[in-house]
Design a protein around this ligand. Structure first.
Ligand code: ZN
Ligand code: ZN
Length: 480
């Protein structure tokens, strides 16, 4: 049982009502989600074309579902700090409590307007406007689909970075909630809408602290595009100078396996490395009656996809956790024609950093060894993805202290290494830091990340804000 099971009332369940057709109704004049109102004029994010078929009744249903309780109402039912925790300095908890309804509205707005990796232009514009409203000076990444924002405190202090990823996935949202995706085939199914919202909340609070002259250094907020694809967005951020002068960097990622009020921490690797492997085989083609006169590519492909994964795993230590899995294989179009082309592609994941270094060479050798007897010509494309996220022990100390301050000591949960990849690892190739898992689990069975029905318990948002503010302040203090 966590502090939150005991003490937090649920966010009012105003959004449980079933409402079909909300994809169009978002544009209503009566749309009272303040965040959407702020962004409707200049942003496609909330500018949905006129639709005369939308009835005023339906507009009312939708807008009332998206209308959040007033700050005081929610704040009064939201404990300022759970038992055993420490308040944020300068009454920032009170400011946060007032901001929670707006943050949840922001999350729902971003959730209903997701953008694919590399195309996060409207999301970045929204982030930049929200930060500007908080009195900050955000700057867009060169392509315009990401944001970096420095919060300047004492000029002689260190620089600590906090990163949120902002992209969505190519999935069709299958949830039946008013804030479901308005974009067919695009969905925030990895929780990056929550990461973005948490970091906006952090920006609001730290801007206040900087105004008071109480921020002991500089905090850099990084709103990073393209986490879900290769090449990774983190490399773009690094190239744009995102890590300049940074002494430590932190991030969090939603974890539906942890309840709200728990933060998953781990020293060392917390995600796996993930690379892409594509093998193309070619041969002369021919008649299925005479395979001995040509190269039987379907047979060669079959050997490749069954033998290579098993053999690769025999070339590395068993505890390196290497997993080569082909997700795609294709060859041929007709039952009696031996094709001249075949292709298989998949991912190679590995938990161990040293084995990751060796993986391209091993895969290349094994693929060639397996295919050689078949006579097929091999073209191997090995695309380096991302190393494992390796959490620095001192950065985890900072996060452990921040978690205890945010949630009490029982908020810290040991978390296993996941086989998922995360491009936050590229930052850690340059500066020490750590990724924490933010409990977003809801009561009842939880849906995994990357599933079309994934959703979060929104009470995780203020937890995430508090955690990252505590983290930034502790990291600045430790680095001085
Ligand atoms: Zn993801
Ligand atoms: Zn993710």
């Amino acid at each position: 049982m966590t502090a939150f099971d005991r003490d937090l009332p649920a966010v009012p369940q105003i959004y449980e009502r079933s409402e079909q057709g909300i994809r169009d109704a978002v544009r209503s004049d009566g749309y009272r989600n303040e965040v959407a109102q702020r962004h409707r004029r200049r942003s496609r994010l909330s500018a949905v074309p006129d639709d005369p078929s939308i009835s005023s009744e339906r507009e009312f249903d939708v807008t009332s579902a998206l209308t959040l309780p007033t700050g005081n109402q929610l704040a009064s039912s939201w404990p300022e700090t759970p038992p055993g925790s420490q308040p944020l300095p300068f009454e920032l908890d009170h400011l946060l409590a007032l901001r929670v309804p707006g943050l949840i509205a922001t999350r729902r707005h971003i959730h209903s307007h997701p953008e694919l990796s590399g195309e996060e232009f409207e999301t970045a514009a929204l982030i930049a406007r929200e930060l500007t409203l908080a009195g900050l000076r955000p700057r867009l990444l060169p392509k315009g689909n990401g944001v970096i924002c420095d919060i300047d405190g004492r000029p002689d202090g260190p620089v600590v970075a906090l990163r949120a990823d902002i992209d969505a996935l190519p999935l069709t949202d299958s949830k039946d909630v008013p804030y479901r995706s308005t974009v067919d085939g695009v969905c925030h199914a990895c929780g990056h809408d929550v990461h973005t919202t948490v970091m906006l909340g952090v920006g609001m609070l730290l801007a206040q602290l900087a105004d008071l002259g109480e921020l002991p250094g500089r905090v850099r907020l990084i709103f990073q595009p393209a986490e879900e694809i290769l090449p990774c967005g983190s490399l773009e951020v690094i190239e744009a100078g995102g890590l300049d002068d940074v002494v430590q960097i932190f991030a969090l990622h939603c974890d539906p396996n942890l309840p709200v009020g728990q933060i998953g921490l781990r020293v060392g690797p917390i995600t796996a490395a993930a690379d892409n492997v594509t093998v193309r085989l070619t041969g002369p083609g021919g008649h299925t009656a005479r395979p001995h006169l040509t190269v039987d590519l379907v047979d060669a492909l079959g050997r490749l996809i069954t033998e290579v994964p098993a053999l690769v795993s025999r070339r590395v230590p068993a505890n390196s956790g290497l997993l080569l899995v082909f997700g795609h294989a294709s060859a041929g179009t007709r039952y009696n024609v031996i094709p001249s082309e075949a292709c298989a592609s998949g991912t190679l994941r590995v938990m161990d950093r040293d084995t990751w270094e060796l993986a391209p060479k091993i895969v290349s050798q094994v693929v060639r060894d397996v295919v050689a007897p078949t006579g097929a010509t091999v073209d191997l494309e090995y695309l380096r993805g991302r190393p494992p996220v390796c959490n620095d022990s001192r950065a985890i100390q900072v996060l452990t202290g921040a978690t205890a301050a945010t949630l009490g000591p029982e908020g810290v949960a040991e978390t296993p290494q996941s086989m998922g990849g995360e491009d936050f690892s590229w930052y850690l190739e340059y500066v020490p830091g750590a990724l924490a898992r933010l409990g977003v689990g809801r009561s009842g069975p939880n849906v995994d990340l990357h599933r079309a029905s994934f959703d979060v318990d929104e009470r995780a948002i203020p937890v995430g804000v508090r955690l990252m503010v505590q983290t930034a302040l502790r990291a600045l203090a430790a680095a001085r």
